[in-house]
Each structure stands twice: as structure tokens, then as C-alpha cells.
Design a protein around this ligand. Structure first.
Ligand SMILES: [Zn+2]
Length: 236
């Protein structure tokens, strides 16, 4: 019986590996999808920021052209000052120059405000682009690891399943049936250890007399609370 208990415990170890591998295989595409989505979001943010910067640059260039045109206009009016005949005309031209200069001051102010905003946005944009590049590199490496794992996982899984069947084939039908039922009903954990009188499957105390029996590993004992098969090991 002791050998059979040890074997069913070994089956459980393999079973746990199978469950872990299947979980990994199942979650890998989701993980890749999540990483791709993260990158897309980072790219979209950077593109949006770039578009805003471009728009503001366009606005700044437009204002600079306006400013140049207005400065030319003032020069032309100033030239006219020498040709005027009457004081009234002269005063009118001075007024025109004054208005044009006020407009220019306003345009210059607008340009400075635009330049400040552009500078701030560019700083932020640079930080975001650096973060994007960093994540692109990290994700590329993470994906390589996942893909390498995935390519091995199917091979590993079929090997583990063969090993499990081989071990199960030397176990009596009774124990095999109990084992398979427990695997199904107890979340993939059918064989457990007992530590300090506590079942490591359900963490309930078991009677001291039963614990002593369990430590002998010479009969099939199941947990009074969760029905799992006990296989005693001192190590864990
Ligand atoms: Zn239990």
C-alpha cells in the first residue's frame, strides 16, 4: 500500500504540472493581447500629442507671417508720412501706425504664449516617446519568452500525460476512481500532506489518532473534511 500511495502522490505532482501548463497555455494569448493593447494606447497618446504640437506650430507660423506683413505695412505707412500735405492727414497716419503697432504687440504676445505651450508639450511628448520605446523593448522580450514557452508547452504536456497514464496503470482501480473523482471535484488537488495535524488540502484539523495513522503511510486514509487522500511527508 505504501508504494501505491507514493505512486498516487507522484501522479498528483504530475497532475499539478499539467494543470499549471494548461493554465499558462490558456492565459498566454490573453497576456499577449494585453501587451499589444498597452502599446497601442501608448502610441495613440503620442500621436495625439504630436498632432496637437503640429497644429500649434502651424498657428505659430501663421502668426509670424501676420506679424511680418504688419511690420511691412507699418513701414509703408511711415514712408507715406514724408509725402503728406496736411496736418490732418499726418495725424490720421500716426493713428494708423499706432493701431498697427498695438496689433503687432498682441500678435507677438500670442506667439510667445504659443511657444511656451509648444515647449511644454514637446517635453511631455519626449518623455512619453521614451516610455513607449522602453515598453516596446520590454514587451518584445516578454513576448519572445512567452512564445518560446508556448512552443515547448505542448511537447511537455503530452510527455506529462503519458507519464501520468503510465503511473496510473499500476494503481488499483479503486484508488484510481477515488483519485479521478477528487481531481474533478476538489480543484485538481486529490492527494495532500498533513502538517501539525492539519490537512493541507482544506486546512482543517484531523483527530490526533488519525494523524498518527496517516504518518505510517500504510493504508488509504482520506480527510474527514475534504475527502482528499493523505500521503504523509515530513518535508512539507
Ligand atoms: Zn482536508
Amino acid at each position: 500500500m505504501e508504494q501505491e500511495l507514493k505512486t498516487i502522490y507522484e501522479v498528483q505532482l504530475i497532475e499539478t504540472q499539467i494543470i499549471e501548463s494548461e493554465k499558462k497555455r490558456f492565459s498566454a494569448p490573453k497576456k499577449i493581447e494585453e501587451m499589444d493593447r498597452e502599446l497601442e494606447e501608448l502610441k495613440a497618446r503620442a500621436e495625439k500629442e504630436k498632432a496637437v504640437i503640429d497644429e500649434l506650430e502651424k498657428e505659430r507660423r501663421k502668426k509670424e507671417k501676420e506679424l511680418d506683413a504688419d511690420k511691412d505695412k507699418i513701414k509703408k505707412i511711415e514712408a507715406k508720412l514724408y509725402d503728406v500735405k496736411t496736418n490732418k492727414e499726418y495725424q490720421a497716419l500716426l493713428k494708423e501706425i499706432e493701431t498697427a503697432k498695438e496689433t503687432n504687440d498682441k500678435t507677438e504676445e500670442d506667439i510667445l504664449i504659443l511657444m511656451d505651450r509648444i515647449e511644454d508639450l514637446k517635453k511631455e511628448y519626449t518623455i512619453h516617446i521614451e516610455h513607449l520605446k522602453k515598453r516596446e523593448n520590454e514587451i518584445k522580450k516578454e513576448k519572445e519568452i512567452i512564445e518560446r514557452d508556448l512552443s515547448n508547452i505542448d511537447k511537455t504536456l503530452s510527455e506529462l500525460k503519458i507519464e501520468k497514464e503510465n503511473l496510473l496503470s499500476i494503481i488499483s482501480d479503486d484508488i484510481k476512481t477515488i483519485y479521478k473523482t477528487l481531481i474533478e471535484k476538489r480543484g485538481g488537488l486529490a492527494v495532500v500532506n498533513v502538517k501539525n495535524g492539519v490537512c493541507l488540502g482544506c486546512y482543517m484539523n484531523i483527530p490526533p489518532q488519525l494523524f498518527i495513522e496517516v504518518t505510517k503511510n500504510n493504508s488509504l486514509i482520506t480527510c474527514p473534511s475534504c475527502n482528499r487522500i493523505f500521503y504523509y511527508r515530513e518535508d512539507s
